[in-house]
Design a protein around this ligand. Structure first.
Ligand code: ZN
Length: 230
């Protein structure tokens, strides 16, 4: 069962459209796998729509617009005409159902989450039992990847100056805090060191930002994995 969910603040920011594409996709992928968060998002979306409606109402009142009068001025037939135009038109594009997309790491095929279908995928790099496929999102210091760990592989103990999101898409892994299952949304801040190990192998969606720009060059020489996983 999924134990790790996005915070309420993150869900609110998601609904308001305030998240960078990388995190927004993370929340969307999690919600596709988590009924609890899906419901909360639906509720928040309703609230936001209501608030938006209230703001518009207030604006109308502030400018002393007589709503009834402005409604009466609308041509009654407009809507019916519009529908008639649409149904008479031959120029209707039928949107095909979304096809499934798969992605392959070391001979294993995985279903690509819907939220990632339209993202540009970069090249895959490998170090030992780790494979990393970069998402080309151009979000400056925020780096987004698919990280594949073969059975028995892991990521050496590390921390980030900023945040690190790990969303488990397939398989399982464990760290000092316990074991994680498919759908777990694990958001770590700079205070947490961790050392994930995957006995059965796994595929994760990862988002990290790191302010360590100055030492990155040195880190690269000393420890290629630190830039590999960021
Ligand atoms: Zn959830």
């Amino acid at each position: 069962m999924i134990k790790h969910h996005p915070t309420f603040e993150l869900l609110k920011a998601f609904v308001a459209g305030d998240l960078p594409a990388s995190l927004s996709a993370g929340v969307a992928i999690h919600a596709d796998m988590c009924d609890v968060c899906q419901q909360q998002i639906a509720q928040l979306t309703e609230q936001v729509a209501e608030e938006h409606f209230k703001v518009e109402e207030n604006l109308l009142n502030r400018f002393n617009v007589d709503e009834q009068q402005s409604l009466e001025q609308l041509p009654v037939n407009n809507f019916e005409n519009m529908i008639a135009d649409i149904t008479a038109s031959n120029n209707i594009r039928v949107i095909p159902a979304q096809k499934e997309k798969t992605i392959s790491f070391k001979g294993n095929n995985y279903l690509l989450p819907r939220a990632l279908h339209n993202m540009t995928l970069g090249k895959t790099a490998h170090i030992g039992k780790l494979s990393r496929l970069r998402m080309q999102l151009n979000e400056n210091e925020i780096h987004t990847s698919l990280l594949h760990i073969e059975p028995g592989g892991g990521v050496p103990e590390h921390t980030h100056k900023g945040f690190e999101l790990t969303l488990l898409l397939e398989g399982s892994f464990a760290d000092e805090k316990g074991a994680y299952v498919k759908g777990d949304f694990i958001m770590l801040d700079a205070s947490r060191k961790h050392h994930p190990i995957s006995n059965q192998g796994c595929l994760c969606y990862t988002v990290a930002n790191d302010a360590l720009h100055f030492t990155q060059g040195i880190n690269k020489l000393l420890n290629p994995i630190s830039t590999f996983i960021y």
